[in-house]
Design a protein around this ligand. Sequence first.
Ligand SMILES: Cc1ncc(COP(=O)(O)O)c(C=O)c1O
Length: 453
Amino acid sequence: MRLLPPLHLHLPAHGRGRGLAPALRQLLRQPPGSWDLPELPAIGGPLLAAGAVATSQRRCAALVGAERCWFGVNGASGLLQAALLALAPPRSRVLLPRNLHRSLLHACVLGQLEPLLFDLPFDTATGLWLPPSPDHLAAVIAAARAAGPLAAVALVSPSYQGLAADLPALAQVVHGAGLPLLVDGAHGRGAGIAAGVDLEVLSLQKSAGGLAQSAALLAQGPRIDPAAIERALLWLSTSSPSGLLLASCEAAIEELAGGGGQRRRTQAQAVAARLRQRCSASGLPLVQTHDPLRLVLHTAALGINGLEADDWLLQRDVIAELPEPATLTFCLGQRPPLGVSWRLPQVLRQLRRALGGPPLAPQEPPPLPLVAALAMPIAMAWRATSQPLALTQAAGAIAAEPLCPYPPGIPLLVPGERIDAARAAWLQRQSTLWPGQIADTVRVVAAQEPTGR
Ligand SMILES: Cc1ncc(COP(=O)(O)O)c(C=O)c1O
């Protein structure tokens, strides 16, 4: 007999409707389907200059302090692709962080861009990438520039777990180098625009009260050409954007930036603070991050792999968001579930009793150069004739597909990268830490394919 409802601590952040933005909740009370409207003249769409959507995009831009805002109905993924295509012409080189979401790689394939992947500081206790310091980013740009010009730089902030970068200082470094900065703020609330970045993408289901797939692209400043953005959006967008999702974009941004939303967020943060306090009182190790509504349990300190902890909790109706080898991230959402502040510490204490042991060994940073260029263009490698190869024999081969545990959707290996012996050995060890997520084989470009650029 089930006595308590499952604890939903995953995305979307509206928590199965409880934290939906109020205007959206109201819309969904209308007769089913009545809101599913086409681009009627009075409504318009994200790329039309007139109509309710255009007016709403202008109002939302002003609310978050941007010059322009475009709503997206294909998630942050679709808008990240459009943003990168707008910044970088075919064959140009773009500087992307190792903790990039895979959608930026997809943009490189579609736009024939050359990704240069830059290494980030890595925390061996938690296995998490850390945001770069301004000096680190300056060194990356200098190293990449030494081999040719760049078109743009991208960063992720905050991370999935809620680690935020010093965006004002990083924007200064990138702008000082004469380059535009795109921030993947999928998990954030618009701090990039406030920090002066050129483009920022928000996923409005991740830290606001929107439905899945609703997202926003924010732009400002002289380095951005709105016409180039609209062209790229046109290439990638449906010609029938969902009226419901567009309304979700509007409602989520209005809530995110408005007084009512702030009040509800303060209430959610009070629950989160109580939960943290109870976890700490129970000696449960938490990772410090900048997002009060993401709780990151440091499972490695308890002697437990985060994926193993996730399996155990799922069997007890506790549904977390992001299991990784040394951590497990819970999304508390816009309106945390009732009782979470006592239920979660209780079940986490049971987890520790059931699976806990001595702390796990430190996580091993990937053996990566500061800046890596691909051995074969990504668009060619990903389409090449390929064959499976055991990781034990992969040294020297070129990857034909990404190795990408999901979530978080961060590739450990990118198509076109040459796998050296140290990387092959590291990937073998990773495959044991991500059971079921990384196979012990990798698809590599077949031997007869040309490997030139
Ligand atoms: C850092 C980051 N960027 C972008 C995305 C894609 O967002 P969406 O699911 O809205 O397409 C994700 C999804 O998990 C993400 O973690």
